[in-house]
Design a protein around this ligand. Sequence first.
Ligand code: AP5
Length: 213
Amino acid sequence: MNIVLFGPPGVGKGTQGEKIAAAHGMRHLAMGDILRAAVRDETAAGRDAKTYMDAGKLVPDAVVVAMIEDKIVADAGTGFLLDGFPRNVAQAEALAAMLHKHDLIIDRTIFMDAPEENLLKRLSGRLICRACGFGFHRQYSPPLKSGCCDRCSGELYQREDDREDVIANRLHVYREQTAPLLDYYQHQEGFFKLDAGGEMNVVYAALQTIVES
Ligand code: AP5
């Protein structure tokens, strides 16, 4: 099965995407994680992307489309869950062309949404493990030991783009560029809307129902 998850920053795409992909044996292809790895490895694409990411802007389409195509093709046999791609209509059109070229389809396109006050609280309290990338939240899913990852004991940090001023810019970019994806997808087969404003386990149960429907 192949899935697209989209929605605003902080809605829980990464948290839920990782769990659902593991439960169904799919690869979790998170565009933000792929870009952050490229920045960390100082690749040419990573150097291009960093300035945009730090400012909360979208990385140019040509850069992200080239990066994701290889991953999609590599994971076509096992199935993949796309999280954070596509993020505008041009990327959705590039994805459609890519799928057609490789004879693939998307089985579910799921739009996750939550009130903006939830998004702000989720983003400002998020902590990430520097070693394994696992996510925590100061209030909603705190680590057992402060500053330390439960899974691998790595150091927890706050993402640069989870600063208040950058969050505001990311939400603006979302409203301007990503929200129009709703019109693009909502009349296509396999589209679902998920209320992601509730607790994590409630959202996960609702997502499972959609995936297994
Ligand atoms: P990316 O990393 O994809 O960021 P994002 O889309 O802004 O999404 P987030 O990772 O912030 O949020 P999420 O929805 O995954 O929430 P999470 O599960 O972590 O992209 C970063 C940047 O890369 C972009 O700004 C852009 O520059 C660039 N980029 C990426 N893709 C691109 C593309 N296609 N084109 C161009 N540029 C691109 O949850 C957040 C927190 O809330 C966590 O702490 C979690 O524990 C907590 N939480 C989750 N669910 C719940 C819940 N139900 N209740 C309480 N807390 C919850």
